[in-house]
Design a protein around this ligand. Structure first.
Ligand SMILES: *Cc1c(COP(=O)(O)O)cnc(C)c1O
Length: 424
């Protein structure tokens, strides 16, 4: 696609976009505020707001405890089955439960204990810190001489296959990576990496938080053992929405989930004094599921199914390429550098733009009432711009790039407070 700086181009691109209509299914109170952070917190689907009213007033308000037998109890598995289509998994291989960090803990412990003779847990230096903290905590808990080995990054943005191969070995119990790196958007070839780890006899656990809903995933086809991910980014489940976990069917009975709660037990309402795990995915639950948050997620999943993830990926690539074009013409000359891979096939659905003043530029974009662009900032110097192809328009991208240019050129960011906000 040949882009241009023509201010009429974005409207023309929107007019020929088959997915453009889906934007109207989201709550957009101020169309002139440009939201570029759907990779961190997805927008609110209109249907989710309506659903919450119905669930709160009619289900909770009227049905009370009877709601559990009206369907609440099946919600984690039922939504897991919906999500499975998006992940290339079987309906009985995915469960919506807990947070990503907790699910990572459950599956990483289970995997390490399934390979007791092996001492290494391998990840990379691009991974989300919570994932690495969870691994460090697990090693502290399990002991036994286990260690965490990180695949190095030669440029802070991506890793090389040769470094991956050097880090994996016969002592690797588990390889756990993020499919798309949270800062640079670097995208792993999940199939090739999974194969390399399997050749060494290791299990593989992928974190899909920055890829599910934005690009096609084929967990079964790519031979993946285990996966986790969150639902409040491209899946639009709402702040703190419950996460999900995938366990390949043949591993479900073999692995032992380490947090034994009554919802993972064989017969929770027998109130037996001794734990005995349920069959299948049910044993990967812990306690009472957050029903309101679970049901708030469902309209977002339905919208993704309607759009189709192949079409979303095609649009995401076209839109990130357009943003890249505008960056090269307007922002690179102002001191920005690309903090993401140049090739769209090696990226997820966001772009990181690095600038020494990124923190203050991000602050001014969000807080200057005459600007109103919402990206986010990732230390030390990245301005992250997320493309959520369900609702991001080409006009959003044009305006965001234009306003970043103005704020940087006019140095209005110099008004930003020195003290950093708690959440960036
Ligand atoms: C967003 C994200 C998480 C979030 O974990 P929580 O437990 O929901 O806080 C974890 N891992 C990755 C890779 C993420 O991008």
């Amino acid at each position: 696609m040949n882009f241009s700086l023509d201010p009429n181009l974005p409207a023309a691109l929107d007019a020929s976009d088959a997915l453009a209509e889906l934007r109207s299914r989201f709550v957009i109170t101020d169309p002139d505020t440009i939201y570029m952070d759907g990779n961190s917190l997805g927008r609110l689907p209109t249907a989710a707001a309506e659903r919450m009213r119905e669930v709160v007033e009619q289900q909770w308000g009227e049905r009370l405890i009877r709601g559990w037998n009206d369907g609440w109890i099946e919600t984690p598995a039922r939504l897991g089955a919906k999500l499975a289509h998006l992940l290339g998994a079987q309906p009985d291989e995915v469960l919506v439960a807990d947070s990503t960090s907790v699910n990572l803990f459950k599956l990483a412990v289970a995997a390490l204990r399934a390979r007791p003779q092996r001492r290494r847990l391998v990840s990379d230096s691009l991974n989300f810190p919570s994932d690495l903290y969870i691994f460090q905590g697990i090693l502290d808990l399990l002991g036994g001489g286990r260690s965490l080995e990180l695949i190095p990054s030669f440029d802070g943005l991506q890793t090389r296959q040769e470094d991956l191969e050097k880090t994996l070995g016969p002592d690797t119990a588990l390889l756990s990576l993020s499919h798309v790196a949270f800062k640079s958007a670097f995208l792993y070839d999940m199939q090739a990496v999974t194969r390399l780890a399997h050749e060494q006899g290791a299990l593989v656990l992928w974190d899909l938080s920055h890829s599910a809903g934005a690009l096609p995933i084929d967990l079964n086809g790519w031979g993946v053992d285990l996966a986790v991910g969150c639902t409040y980014k491209y899946l639009n489940g709402g702040p703190g929405a419950p996460a999900y976990l995938y366990v390949r069917r043949d591993l479900q009975a073999e692995l032992q989930q380490p947090i034994w709660g009554w919802f993972g037990a064989n017969r929770p309402f027998a109130f037996d004094l001794d734990y005995s795990p349920a069959d299948g995915m049910a044993r990967y639950q812990i306690g009472t599921p957050p029903v309101l948050s679970l049901l708030a997620l469902e309209p977002g999943l339905d919208l993704l199914a309607e759009a189709g993830v192949e079409r979303l990926r095609a649009k995401s690539i076209q839109q990130t390429e357009y943003l890249l074009f505008l960056f090269q013409h307007w922002l690179e000359p102002l001191g920005f550098r690309l903090g993401s891979p140049l090739e769209p096939g090696q990226r997820g659905s966001h772009l990181s733009l690095r600038h020494p003043e990124a923190y203050r530029i991000n602050w001014a974009l969000i807080n200057d009432p005459s600007v109103r662009v919402i990206p986010d900032f990732r230390a030390p110097d990245s301005l992250r711009l997320g493309i959520a192809p369900l609702y991001t328009s080409y006009l959003d991208i044009y305006r965001a790039a234009d306003r970043i240019r103005l704020v940087t050129e006019n140095k209005t960011y110099l008004n930003a407070p020195a003290q950093q906000a708690r959440v960036t």
